[in-house]
Design a binder for this molecule. Structure first.
Ligand SMILES: Cc1cc2nc3c(=O)[nH]c(=O)nc-3n(C[C@H](O)[C@H](O)[C@H](O)COP(=O)(O)OP(=O)(O)OC[C@H]3O[C@@H](n4cnc5c(N)ncnc54)[C@H](O)[C@@H]3O)c2cc1C
Length: 293
C-alpha cells in the first residue's frame, strides 16, 4: 500500500466517533478521500485477512467496548456536494445538516427533514433515514459504490427501500456517492420547515445525552410506537451500569457516562424480553451492532 496517499492510523479509540460515546480501540483506521483510496484500504485489510466495517457519523451504531482486531473505514472525507443539471451529487460522508443547508442555499426543497438529524448521507441511505414526513427514498435517484471489488451504480428500484430498510444493510456494499433530485422550492418556506424541524428535535431533548437515537424499529402492525410500548411497561429510567432507558423517550438508551456495550446489550435484551412477554411482539433492533461485540 502507498502510505503517502493515505495515512493508516493504528490503535484508534472508536468511542469518539459515535454519538453513543461507546466503542473500543480499532487496530486500523482509515479516512479515504477517493474511491481509489477505499480500494487501497480494503486491499490492505484483505492482505492481513482482517475484518472491517464502514463508519459514517456513528449515530446509529453500538460498537463493542472490547478492542477490535480489524479495520474501520470512515467516509467523512467524501464530503463534496455539487449541483448539476437539476441534480445534486453528494459524497457519502457529507453531514445531513450540511446537505440540508446546501439545498436551502440553492432554493431546493425536500431536504428539510435532514436538518439537525445526526448522520452522514451514506449512513442515512443505508438506513433509509426518515423524519417529519420525509425520507431518503423520496429524494434519491441513484447510488454509487463499491461491491466485490468493483465500482457499481444502483437505481432507486434496485435498492428496494422499505421502512428503515435497503439492500445496503444486507450486502457488503460501500456507498461512495448519492445522486439526488433537486426540485425548486420557495426559499422562505424551506427555511421555515428547517427551523420548525430543528425546534421540534431540540424540544424533545434528544441531544442532552449520548445515544444512538431509537434503538428499535417500530412495529407498525401493532399501531403502537415502540417507545410507548416500553413506557407502558414502566421500563423508562431502568439502568444497567451507566446505560439507562431514557426517562424522556422509551425507545432511547442513553449513556450517562461510562456505559459499555455490554450494559446497553443487557438493557436491549431486557426490553425485548418484557415486550415479548407482555405484548407478544418481537422487537427488531434499528441500531447496528459493530466491532468486537
Ligand atoms: C439524537 C438522535 C436522533 C436521531 N433521529 C433520527 C430520526 O429522526 N430518523 C432516523 O431515521 N434516524 C435518526 N437517528 C439515527 C441516525 O441519525 C440515522 O440512522 C443516520 O442516518 C445514521 O447515519 P450515520 O452516518 O451516523 O451512520 P452510521 O451510524 O455511521 O452507520 C450506520 C450503518 O450504516 C453503515 N454505513 C455508514 N455509512 C456507510 C457507507 N457509506 N456505505 C456503506 N455502509 C455505510 C455502517 O456500517 C452502519 O452499519 C437519530 C440518531 C440520534 C443519535
Amino acid at each position: 500500500m502507498n502510505n503517502k496517499s493515505m495515512e493508516v492510523l493504528e490503535n484508534i479509540p472508536l468511542a469518539q466517533f459515535t454519538t453513543f460515546k461507546i466503542g473500543g480501540t480499532a487496530k486500523y483506521f482509515f479516512k479515504p478521500s477517493s474511491t481509489k483510496e477505499f480500494y487501497e484500504a480494503i486491499l490492505f485489510l484483505k492482505n492481513k485477512s482482517l475484518p472491517y466495517f464502514i463508519l459514517g457519523c456513528g449515530s446509529n451504531v453500538l460498537i463493542g467496548s472490547k478492542d477490535f482486531n480489524g479495520g474501520v473505514i470512515s467516509t467523512l472525507n467524501l464530503n463534496e456536494i455539487k449541483l448539476n443539471d437539476n441534480q445534486i451529487t453528494c459524497g457519502a460522508g457529507v453531514i445531513n445538516t450540511d446537505l440540508s443547508d446546501f439545498a436551502y442555499e440553492k432554493s431546493i426543497k425536500d431536504f428539510e427533514f435532514l436538518y439537525y438529524m445526526p448522520g452522514s448521507i451514506g449512513g442515512s441511505t443505508v438506513m433509509n433515514a426518515r423524519a417529519f414526513n420525509g425520507s431518503m427514498s423520496d429524494v434519491i435517484i441513484s447510488v454509487s459504490g463499491i461491491e466485490d471489488g468493483e465500482t457499481k451504480e444502483w437505481s432507486l428500484e434496485d435498492i428496494h427501500f422499505g421502512y428503515k430498510k435497503s439492500i445496503f444493510q444486507e450486502r457488503d456494499i460501500i456507498i461512495t456517492e448519492v445522486l439526488f433530485k433537486a426540485d425548486k422550492g420557495i426559499k422562505e418556506e424551506i427555511k421555515d420547515k428547517m427551523e420548525s424541524n430543528k425546534t421540534k428535535r431540540l424540544s424533545t431533548k434528544q441531544y442532552d445525552f449520548p445515544s444512538a437515537g431509537c434503538v428499535f424499529k417500530n412495529v407498525y402492525s401493532t399501531g403502537i410506537p415502540t417507545g410507548k410500548l416500553v413506557d407502558d411497561l414502566g421500563l423508562k429510567g431502568q439502568s444497567i451500569g451507566d446505560a439507562e432507558i431514557y426517562t424522556l423517550h422509551g425507545n432511547f438508551i442513553i449513556n450517562k457516562g461510562n456505559a459499555t456495550s455490554d450494559d446497553v446489550i443487557q438493557l436491549i435484551n431486557k426490553i425485548k424480553q418484557e415486550v415479548k412477554t407482555h405484548n407478544n411482539i418481537d422487537l427488531e433492533c434499528e441500531i447496528k451492532l459493530l466491532g468486537n461485540i
